[in-house]
Design a protein around this ligand. Structure first.
Ligand code: C5P
Ligand code: C5P
Ligand code: C5P
Ligand code: ZN
Length: 472
């Protein structure tokens, strides 16, 4: 077993040994698509290694959540998709003998501390925002946990869902260690890699909806325009409806028909003056889970990850985890119902931002949704608002929402162009939040924080100053 990243795998072997030494393990994970797939991978690996465990999910791994974990009588805690950012707090509990931590994460580690069993791509010269996700780190650990004669490479399917759920493929393809995981998944027969139209909903959306809702690359007369999308499809020499007159989905078309449609879409985009750089984004690498049924959300890694967010971000991580573990029955039905609700909330959230607009400071822009957008999805909405005309280009977006404790949740989103110019939102969120008595962290391109009620203005001023220094 070498795994996709040899150094990381070597350290994973030590983490695996520590887990094997435990009588039982508490598995704690994050409530989003990457966190759920991390938990799915870790659960299956622990089960196959015959290590007893129990699973818990946390919204945010803050001091209180860690204290709750310390209060259980588990001696060994496996943190997945979080833990690095809270290494200082975790190390204190370890020193106090509360528990022994094993961490598989990809967030920016807290400064000045280290623990023995800490698996994080950033410690091995890899980028945690693009080259390996929490699910990827958990996958590397799962490979190290393989019992003699075992093969955990089938878990690469979930690792790819986690990476795409954290938007690690926004440059058009997965790279770095993620690419190694894809190769292992292909070899194990669970992942297929291809070149295809990169529009959300290829498996489940009827063609007019697929095109109408495809707003990442806006095509005048088709995006956000139902009649326009229908007209475009009707004029094509491709049978877009079945014998009953129902609209087909992308997956229902043959390879040739897809090619015809994609070419026509690109010609239309060029004719409408869409910049070449954006047109390039229309086609790219796509990942399909070979063992999932065609035409379902689970077949396409991007739709799968949205389905998982639809559970975890609404306190139903148990439902999403059950889907990850193979429930294609009750849990999947429930997840689909939650998905309809999630979609409605995302669409309403984006609409709210468009109507209310953002406030532009010197180096950043922000909106405060109060209780209009759920704090657990305000980051996704902020990400969807970047690149639309609701926001300005070239500076990051900060989003605020009330959380259930009456504190304020902050989400921030930038772009890789800004990161190349020096932006690191994990530092901005950590330093600006600590300055007002809160805490935060994350990745260079996307990060978050929680701050006390009443400190928003001070926080914005502090964040604006730090972003200004970074982008200087
Ligand atoms: O906690 P976690 O690592 O899972 O969250 C990463 C977040 O960063 C996701 O919500 C993802 O959508 C966001 N992200 C982004 N743009 C990127 C990379 C990640 O908005 N280019
Ligand atoms: O929910 P998640 O962060 O996985 O969504 C990833 C992306 O998928 C969103 O940023 C959005 O562009 C797209 N999406 C969409 N329609 C939905 C849900 C997600 O276009 N209903
Ligand atoms: O919640 P949101 O999607 O905005 O989170 C973006 C990133 O920031 C995630 O990776 C999340 O884990 C991280 N974050 C954090 N500390 C917080 C809030 C968010 O590290 N208090
Ligand atoms: Zn993650």
């Amino acid at each position: 077993m070498e795994g996709p990243v040899p150094d990381l795998s070597e350290h994973a072997a030590a983490c695996a040994d520590r887990l094997r030494d435990a009588d039982r393990v508490l598995l704690a994970s994050h409530i989003d698509a990457d966190g759920l797939t991390s938990a799915g991978i870790a659960s299956l690996a622990l089960e196959r290694a015959e290590i007893p465990f129990e699973t818990v999910f946390c919204r945010q791994l803050d001091e209180r959540a860690i204290a709750d974990i310390a209060a259980t009588d588990y001696d060994t805690v496996l943190f997945t998709d979080f833990g690095s950012g809270q290494l200082d707090i975790i190390a204190e509990h370890e020193a106090a003998g509360d528990f022994h931590p094993v961490i598989a994460d990809h967030h920016q580690p807290a400064d000045g501390v280290e623990t023995e069993h800490h698996l994080n791509p950033l410690r091995f010269g890899l980028d945690g925002a693009t080259e390996l996700s929490g699910a990827g780190a958990s996958y590397v650990l799962a490979r190290a946990l393989e019992p003699d004669g075992g093969d955990n490479r089938d878990l690469a399917a979930l690792a790819v869902v986690g990476a795409v759920g954290d938007m690690q493929d926004t440059n058009g393809t997965l790279t770095g260690a993620n690419e190694g995981i894809v190769e292992e998944g292909v070899a194990a027969g669970v992942v297929e890699e291809g070149t295809d139209l990169r529009i959300y909903g290829r498996q489940t959306r009827a063609l007019p909806k697929l095109l109408q809702y495809a707003t990442d690359v806006r095509i005048p007369g088709i995006s956000n325009n139902e009649a326009g999308a229908i007209e475009f499809l009707t004029e094509l020499d491709v049978p877009c409806r079945d014998d009953d007159g129902e609209w087909k989905r992308w997956v229902d078309l043959t390879g040739d028909q897809r090619q015809t449609l994609a070419s026509a879409l690109i010609r239309r985009a060029i004719a409408s003056g869409v910049p070449a750089r954006r047109i390039d984004d229309l086609v790219g690498t796509t990942y399909v889970l070979s063992e999932e049924q065609e035409g379902t959300e689970l077949r396409d890694v991007s739709e799968f990850s949205t389905l998982l967010n639809a559970t975890a971000r609404y306190d139903r991580g148990d439902v999403g985890l059950a889907v990850c573990l193979g429930d294609r029955d009750r849990a999947l039905d429930r997840a689909r119902r939650l998905l309809r609700n999630h979609r409605k909330n995302l669409s309403n959230g984006l609409q709210w931002v468009k109507e209310h607009g953002v406030t532009v400071e010197e180096n950043l822009q922000w909106f405060d949704a109060g209780d209009e957008i759920r704090e657990t999805i305000v980051g996704i909405v902020a990400g969807m608002a970047v690149g639309t005309d609701a926001t300005r280009n070239g500076i990051p977006v900060l989003a605020f929402a009330e959380n259930e404790d009456g504190d304020v949740k902050v989400s921030s989103r930038g772009s890789y162009v800004m990161v190349r110019n020096g932006l690191d939102l994990s530092v901005v969120m950590r330093e600006a939040s600590r300055a007002v008595g809160g805490d935060g962290g994350g990745h260079n391109v996307a990060a978050g924080a929680t701050i006390p009620n009443g400190t928003v203005a001070e926080f914005i001023a502090e964040a604006d100053r730090i972003v200004g220094e970074q982008l200087e």
